[in-house]
Design a protein around this ligand. Structure first.
Ligand code: FES
Length: 83
């Protein structure tokens, strides 16, 4: 994968509190969407542990809280249309 092609980076917190709230499944759902333009990263704590699973879409710095796997398609629609 060429890093120069990446236009979005999706950080999915995999720290302890978000993991307890199901962030591993959220990460897996985002990883199914990863391609040359979208990099999906298992991140450390994003600092909003009480609202997890937390997701941060860069470079716009758009935050999503309490994300479940069923939300992933709708979130993808928002950042695919911004490109
Ligand atoms: S553990 Fe996920 S934001 Fe802190």
């Amino acid at each position: 994968m060429e890093n120069s092609e990446i236009s979005k980076r999706v950080l999915v917190c995999q720290n302890r509190t978000c993991r307890k709230q199901g962030s591993a499944k959220v990460l897996a759902a985002f990883q199914c969407l990863a391609d040359a333009e979208v990099e999906v990263v298992a991140s450390g704590c994003l600092g909003h542990c009480g609202s997890g699973p937390m997701v941060l879409v860069l470079p716009e710095k758009v935050w999503y809280s309490r994300v479940c796997p069923g939300d992933v398609g709708a979130i993808e629609c928002t950042f695919r249309t911004q490109s």
